[in-house]
Design a protein around this ligand. Structure first.
Ligand code: NAD
Ligand code: DAU
Length: 355
């Protein structure tokens, strides 16, 4: 038995592959294009492990995907592959449409052809699990109830619009062709291997480098934070027991304004790696120009996955963020390696215009 994971060299995909192989002997085939966000170093510990196979390639490469499906006969495909950073989607939406929309459509077509050719037993057991985001639901006002799975789809950024489009495609491939799909819509993840273009790792990395900690706008935008390992356990649970055709919201009930997140990270760093001059990392906080169309608040109602599948997060925000800060302090070489020339170019482009 084998599963095919796409985008397994990225933040959540790599955590998922590592957790999967720590708990199961079922092999994983990882198909990843290795964009700037894909990092084979994330999976270095699996080198020589016969349960792990890596192929560099695009989910939109129909010939390659067909060949991999025919050769390895996976019992499930889990689609993590995506362009995932909202700010990058504002600078350049093209890649987001190409991978998240066109790529997902092509992947669905390849998987459908494979699935239709399976014998009755494997065909009935097969699953396509699509990993999506709470951003497809749009933005909440302070007093709105949290997003349920029936909340209207109201994406506001090129990124979230492309993810919403992919969710619709997945739904349609089930409705029209009967492909046995599952979709998860998760809130903001944080934890080990998070690429330092996203808020939490960026703050840790900038703080340690003595650089400004950029807060977009007033810093009062609210996100609902979930430790990445909890997202991975939710995906495993949905794959195992989710009802075909259903979507499941995943979240940690950890709504926090951005400025509070940054203060928490600074306080942890003050404790674990105090600055030589005795000042707090908070002194590096710098308010910068806001993200265009910035969603004000996300909050996930995860009662469906809890009720139907018995899933609950294991970490609180306090335990998860402490583990995360420790991880970055212990993995400075990883940080240095991902801060390539391309990374530096992005940081220059994104933050220069906000000064
Ligand atoms: P990421 O940007 O860290 O990783 C994405 C991975 O996909 C990279 O390894 C990249 O090389 C690969 N990839 C990109 N385009 C590809 C293509 N055309 N073919 C094959 N591989 C390709 O993203 P992430 O944060 O790990 O997110 C993974 C998934 O989870 C995404 O679908 C994202 O929308 C979703 N999600 C993310 C979060 C979050 O907080 N990070 C929350 C909810 C949902
Ligand atoms: O909600 C799930 C989504 O969470 C995922 O679908 C996306 O893939 C993932 O990137 C994340 O999107 P966000 O835009 O919420 O994450 P980001 O880390 O980019 O930003 C978190 C908040 O912090 C957001 O309100 C913008 C703000 N921010 C971000 C950066 C990079 C800042 O204030 N300063 C910054 O420098």
């Amino acid at each position: 038995m084998m599963i095919l994971v796409t985008g397994g060299a990225g933040f959540i995909g790599a955590n998922f592959v590592l957790d999967w192989l720590a708990q199961s002997d079922e092999a994983v085939l990882n198909l990843d294009k290795l964009t700037y966000a894909g990092n084979p170093e994330n999976l270095l510990s699996l080198q020589g492990d016969s349960r792990y196979l890596f192929v560099q390639g695009d989910i939109g490469d129909a010939a390659l995907v067909a060949q991999l499906l025919a050769r390895y006969q996976p019992r499930a495909v889990l689609n993590f592959a995506a362009e995932s950073h909202v700010d990058r989607s504002i600078h350049g939406p093209e890649d987001f449409i190409q991978t998240n929309v066109v790529g997902t459509m092509r992947l669905l077509q390849s998987v459908r052809a494979y699935w239709q050719g399976l014998a009755e037993g494997p065909r009935a057991a097969f699953r396509f699990l699509h990993v999506s985001t709470d951003e497809v639901y749009g933005s909440l006002s302070p007093d709105d109830p949290a997003f349920t799975e029936t909340h209207k789809i109201e994406p506001n950024s090129p990124y979230s619009a492309s993810k919403a489009a992919s969710d619709h495609l997945v739904r349609a491939w089930h409705h029209t062709y009967g492909l046995p799909v599952l979709t998860t819509n998760c809130s903001n993840n944080y934890g080990p291997l998070h690429f330092p273009e996203k808020l939490i790792p960026l703050i840790i990395v900038n703080a340690l480098a003595g650089k400004p900690l950029p807060i977009y706008g007033d810093g009062l935008q609210v996100r609902d934070w979930l430790y990445v390992k909890d997202h991975c356990s939710a995906i495993r649970r949905v794959l195992q027991s989710g009802r075909v055709g259903e979507t499941y919201n995943v979240g940690g009930c950890n709504e926090k304004p951005n400025i509070e997140i940054v203060h928490t990270v600074c306080t942890l760093l003050d404790e674990l790696r105090p600055k030589g001059d005795g000042s707090s990392y908070k002194t590096q906080i710098a308010y910068v120009q806001d993200r265009p169309g910035h969603d004000r608040r996300y909050a996930i109602d995860a009662s469906k996955i809890e009720r139907e599948l018995g899933w609950m997060p294991a970490e609180t925000f306090e335990t998860g963020i402490r583990k995360t800060v420790h991880w970055y302090l212990d993995h400075q070489a990883w940080v240095t390696n991902v801060q390539s020339g391309a990374y530096r170019e992005w940081v220059k482009a994104n933050y220069a215009e906000r000064a």
